[in-house]
Write a protein that binds this ligand. Structure first.
Ligand code: TXA
Ligand code: MG
Length: 311
């Protein structure tokens, strides 16, 4: 018997709830979706895409109301959301203090990218799942974004238990990304909405500027990520007095934290940003981090740690 769209949406929601990845249709491009509140599920996205670094992901939600539970919307942010949602606009706003989306999905930043997609099948999934879905475009890093379910199957084949077929994408271009902090709107990425359309609602948009807090640059372009206050020492084996140790693998029993006692890189990626934050909160004289093997997700973890260690 053929499954109807509703049953497919429930199957997708059940797969997401298990912590597995799903290929999902949106009106822009197909996404590789995971439960945005589950760091291990989100880590699987980076592993599957082979991303060389942890670029923050867009969290997809069913409504502006659901978005406001996760991010802080200024009047200008709300105006943009009301004008273009559901649709091909992602808004980067400050995270709510109790934001349910995991640190890894936001790459440790204090901001979050949110989008309400208009694709009816994706909306069914979001309604059935009831939680935010983190989803980058469903392509292996460096390859073109997929606009059909077959593209997604060609990229990931049997690595995915489920790809929802919602037909070819109507927009075919990723969403426009606009950061809104207070009354300042910055165009981080052009996409499914033109500058003219956006400026008709928001007024003139700022250009990204890595040196300005009001006009944050997209990490996708400059890779400015959360950096701990404490100095970071890499490839350490133990912490000196006043220092905090983040271990990896067996043999770090006495360490303050362990990214993965089992030496699992997916688990380590899932823990990375929250453990850096937790270590930093202890106000140590330094954060000492064990060597991470640079295979699979280890490459992205090591890349991120080198950036954190740079002063
Ligand atoms: O159309 C789309 O946006 C598709 C579909 C699946 O929704 N998704 C997509 O995601 O293109 P992705 O991960 O390929 O692109 C997300 C962009 C990246 O450029 C990323 O740097 C930026 O959004 N971004 C995410 N969170 C951010 C944040 N907190 N601050 C600044 N930029 C952020
Ligand atoms: Mg992409």
């Amino acid at each position: 018997m053929d499954q109807g769209p509703m049953e497919n949406a429930f199957a997708a929601a059940a797969t997401l709830a298990r912590g597995d990845l799903v290929g999902l249709p949106t009106e822009t491009v197909y996404g590789l979706g995971a439960d945005a509140t589950n760091a291990e599920a989100v880590a699987k996205i980076f592993a599957a895409k082979g991303r060389p670094h942890f670029n923050p992901l867009i969290s997809h939600v069913v409504s502006l109301e659901a978005a406001e539970a996760l991010g802080v919307f200024s009047p200008l942010a709300r105006k943009l959301a009301e004008a273009f949602w559901p649709g091909p606009l992602s808004l980067v706003v400050p995270r709510q203090p109790d934001c349910a989306v995991c640190d890894l999905a936001c790459a440790g930043l204090d901001t979050i990218a949110l989008r309400v997609p208009s694709h009816p099948l994706m909306q069914e999934v979001l309604r059935a799942f009831g939680k935010p879905v983190a989803a980058p475009s469903a392509n292996v890093s460096g390859r073109p974004s997929p606009t059909t379910a077959d593209h997604v199957l060609a990229e990931f084949g049997d690595k995915l238990t489920l790809v929802l077929d919602g037909g070819p994408c109507a927009v075919g271009l990723e969403s426009a990304v606009v950061a809104v902090i207070g009354d300042q709107a910055t165009l981080l990425r052009l996409g499914g909405l033109s500058r003219v359309e956006l400026e008709a609602v928001a007024g003139p948009l700022l250009a990204p500027d890595a040196s300005s807090k009001a006009a944050p640059a997209s990490p996708g372009m400059v890779l400015r990520h959360y950096a701990p206050r404490a100095p970071v020492r890499l490839n350490g084996t133990s912490a000196g007095s006043g220092e905090v140790m983040i271990g990896f693998g067996p043999g770090f029993d006495g360490a303050d934290f362990n990214l993965s006692a089992a030496g699992d890189l997916v688990e380590a990626a899932a823990h990375l940003f929250s453990m850096l934050r937790a270590a930093d909160a202890l106000n140590p004289s330094a954060i000492v981090i064990a060597t991470i093997p640079e295979t699979g997700l280890g490459e992205a973890i090591a890349d991120r740690l080198r950036r954190a260690a740079e002063r």
